[in-house]
Ligand binder design. Structure first.
Ligand code: G3I
Length: 475
């Protein structure tokens, strides 16, 4: 069905920031425009997300933008960007009345060059306050004026260019009461309504959000937030949306995640997944990465199922740049690309949930002739009712598209797979390339994995590449 869809033009333009962008984390120089690619498949996250009218966003780390691989992926895969740090108060108004626009301007330029929406983050927050604000002894009138000036100056500079703003961030305690921040202490609970009013006045076109963490399922904190949003709406306070940060832990995605989004949507507000990551205990392994992929997909599916959910933003895309290991020692691997900017199973989980095709993009001319290869077929993990297998095939000749075949014992079936499009017919398994690993240089190694429903012990099967049996790798 996707072949019926016209592939959207994706302009990968980063102005001075990006030359020879390496797409999909690969090392090859990329064209500056990919328009009307040979395949009509939905091969990038942003292409796939756009078919449902949702955005797929990423937080952008300003100091990484000058890296061509980083900016290439950010441009190609995402239709919305959020400043990870450079629009925070500490960064943007480090001294009273002195504004630092360099980082925010860079992000705006990047977004404009790549036809991306911008999610503004964040205006009124208890954290990352500059010293002058955190330590200043201000009365209510002055504090209110400081807040209004910051909102009007920052939003005013980008008026009409930022689609959504986190006006108030992390205002709640875990028990659903308001956090005892400096804002609450000096201004009382009206600081929230006043911040939204100031924001509407500063940029009437921006959608105004309140954003928080640990509000992803139905719990005391999210119910406190729900009650506040309901009351603000009833009072005519201009609040348009709620952001669910969704800093999740592997295997702990709340079962009522979608129901929670829906109850807020039923208040008439937009909902957005604003800072998604799914961390795990390190080291990661194939089974954890596969479960993580399924959980990323469930979050995306929840957004697809809630009509007022306008998109999903991941909090960075590569494990290399994630905030997680620095904050939670021993945990990591929370994002859809690995430390080397290679897509992980989670990438395909997000892509397929949006209706994309992991085998999309340029399929190349198909399997070539006469592969001369060695194959390592390794059972990485086995338990009573399942095995995880890692397959690596080293090809003598360069490949542009590949098909690897082998057999499984009768009764054993593949239940999930990654870095491949895989089909099984009887005992024969055929694993084909996906977009990001179609091209293998001479002497290079292709790699994919899968899980089966059996833990039976058996020896490695003969593995063929493009119809030619490979030599089993030794050692
Ligand atoms: O840039 C300065 C550098 O000049 C200085 O020398 C260095 C010394 O500490 O700090 C650098 O700033 C750091 C900044 O990240 C940029 O790398 C801060 O210390 C560090 O605290 C800051 O962490 C950020 C954190 O928010 C606090 O603002 C993380 O990158 C960012 O991912 C994280 O994002 C938050 C969201 O804004 C709100 N929701 C939770 C989420 C995760 O904590």
């Amino acid at each position: 069905m996707f072949s019926q869809l016209r592939r959207a033009a994706v302009v990968v333009a980063t102005g001075v920031l990006l030359s020879g962008a390496a797409l999909h984390g690969g090392a090859q120089a990329a064209p500056t425009t990919t328009d009307e690619a040979p395949s009509a498949q939905l091969a990038t996250l942003r292409e796939a997300a756009s078919t449902s009218g949702k955005f797929i966003g990423t937080a952008v780390a300003d100091h990484r933008l000058s890296d061509a691989t980083y900016s290439g992926i950010a441009a190609r895969e995402f239709s919305s960007v959020t400043a990870e740090n450079v629009m925070k108060w500490e960064s943007i108004q480090p001294q009273r009345g002195s504004f630092n626009w360099a980082g925010p301007d860079r992000l705006m330029q990047f977004a404009q060059a790549n036809d991306q929406q911008v999610y503004g983050h964040t205006l009124v927050w208890h954290s990352q306050m500059p010293g002058w604000l955190a330590n200043g002894n201000f009365g209510a009138t002055e504090m209110n004026q400081i807040m209004n000036t910051h909102i009007s100056t920052v939003m005013g500079r980008y008026q009409g260019q930022i689609n959504r703003w986190d006006v108030v961030n992390e205002a709640f305690n875990e028990d659903g009461t308001l956090r005892n921040s400096k804002w609450l202490q000096v201004l009382g609970r009206d600081y929230i309504a006043n911040a939204f009013r100031a924001a509407r006045a500063a940029d009437p076109d921006a959608k105004l959000f309140i954003n928080d963490y640990n509000t992803d399922g139905i719990n005391a904190k999210s119910t406190g937030l729900y009650n506040l949003v309901r009351d603000l709406r009833a009072q005519g306070v201009p609040i348009d949306g709620v952001g669910f940060q969704s800093h999740l832990i592997l295997d702990q995605l709340p079962s009522d995640y979608q129901a929670n989004l829906q109850r807020f949507a039923d208040l008439g507000v937009e909902v957005v997944v604003t800072e998604l990551d799914i961390r795990m205990q390190m080291p990661s392994d194939a089974a954890k990465l596969e479960r993580q992929s399924q959980q990323f997909a469930r979050v995306v599916q929840a957004c697809l199922n809630v009509s007022r959910c306008s998109g999903v933003t991941v909090w960075g895309f590569s494990d290399r740049d994630s905030w997680v290991p620095g904050t939670f020692p021993g945990e990591g691997a929370a994002l859809p690309y690995d430390d080397n900017y290679q897509p992980k199973p989670a990438y395909n989980g997000i892509l397929t949930a949006f209706g994309g095709d992991p085998g999309g993009g340029d399929p190349g001319p198909g399997p070539g002739p006469g592969a001369d290869c060695t194959a390592a077929y390794q059972v990485a993990n086995r338990w009573n009712a399942g095995s995880v297998v890692d397959v690596r095939v080293t090809a003598r000749q360069a490949l542009n598209g590949w098909a690897v075949t082998f057999t499984l014992p009768a009764g054993e079936s593949v239940t999930s797979h990654w870095n491949t499009q895989l089909t099984q017919s009887g005992t024969t398994v055929t694993a084909r390339n996906v977009a990001h690993n179609a091209t293998i240089p001479a002497g290079g190694t292709l790699n994919f994995g899968f899980q089966t429903n059996s833990g039976a012990v058996y020896s490695a099967p003969v593995v063929s590449l493009n119809g030619t049996a490979c030599t089993a790798a030794t050692g």
